[in-house]
Design a protein around this ligand. Sequence first.
Ligand SMILES: NC(=O)c1ccc[n+]([C@@H]2O[C@H](COP(=O)([O-])OP(=O)(O)OC[C@H]3O[C@@H](n4cnc5c(N)ncnc54)[C@H](OP(=O)(O)O)[C@@H]3O)[C@@H](O)[C@H]2O)c1
Ligand SMILES: [Zn+2]
Ligand SMILES: [Zn+2]
Length: 352
Amino acid sequence: MKGRKVNGWAARDSSGILSPYSFHLRKTGPEDVVFKVLYCGVDHTDLHQIRNEIHSTTYPLVPGHEVVGKVIEVGRDVKKFGVGDRVGVGCMVGSCGECARCKTNREQYCPNMVFTYNDIYKDGSFTQGGFSSAMVVHQNYVVNIPEQLAPEQAAPLLCAGVTAYSPLKQFIGSKKGIKAGILGLGGVGHMGVLIAKAMGHHVTVISSSNKKREEALTDLGADCFLVSSDSAEMKKFANSLDYILDTVPANHQLQDYIPLLDVEGKIFVVGAVPEPLQFSASGLILGRTSISGSFIGSIEETQEILDFWVEKGLKTMVEVVKMDYVNKAFERMEKNDVRYRFVVDVAGSNLE
Ligand SMILES: NC(=O)c1ccc[n+]([C@@H]2O[C@H](COP(=O)([O-])OP(=O)(O)OC[C@H]3O[C@@H](n4cnc5c(N)ncnc54)[C@H](OP(=O)(O)O)[C@@H]3O)[C@@H](O)[C@H]2O)c1
Ligand SMILES: [Zn+2]
Ligand SMILES: [Zn+2]
């Protein structure tokens, strides 16, 4: 059933160019929260999706999955949120609620998880994202934005932040000093540096060029900066890391990075590289290395990272833009020209 009419910006084809698009939200159900969108982060996954590089895209597609908004209506059974509350939504808006993964707070891995956009909701409607004037989301997939956090600061935590936090959380309480590697200093990578530093890790950024060296060491507080094409430096760092958070969105050779790991080191692949990644078996075997993937975080972890940000006094590095700049923002993101996350001021933009 059709609910309120909203205005968003949508991609119409694999050129990925966004333009104004109006559509209807679903009707507000008893457990739904309706909110006016204030800000929405721009993730590289949005770029992959509008270009139809991953998960077969259905057009028109309204992207955006780092969404902060203000509640304007709640269904009759909503207990957790009220009108006027500041709320957030990340990558998922549904899951079955009954499988072992859902019951153990790992609903992001539910086989019936529903993506915030480019997916079919339980009622058969097509999901659309946060580059839109309003959204309707089931209360179980909505988080509270702490009042100490500015909304544009909070937005990137809802995907990039929790994506870095979820795999790194396992090191909390570790007695040994952890040596971290953050591969790719973009939206997710800069969150990775801030989180790893706040957890007390010794952090090495591994970057494709020297361009971000100064700001990584000064603004983000990284301890070391390594350029991946500098083979002499790469050799010096051999066996030095306990883990690498791999955020690179394009094809790269994992075997170039495996030698950086100490024995039993771990690579967490979070970059959604469209092509298959390759590595040599012997490199893996000889270091007892593990390669694992990680997908965003649970709703519980999403709330945790928001609270962690407040507790540690961290500051997201964002460039706030209006919606009419979003195509340019994608272009600049592709050229690796963003420090470090674009956030669209949706409420302050003309969407029509
Ligand atoms: N697993 C998950 O749940 C999850 C969640 C969010 C995002 N992602 C994925 O994670 C990846 C990173 O997302 P993001 O938003 O952080 O992207 P981003 O802001 O574009 O950052 C990617 C960084 O990777 C490095 N890079 C190396 N080679 C590159 C190339 N050929 N093209 C572009 N960048 C290159 C760059 O850092 P340097 O300048 O330091 O080399 C760049 O800043 C994407 O694939 C995205 O889809 C996955
Ligand atoms: Zn489930
Ligand atoms: Zn994302």
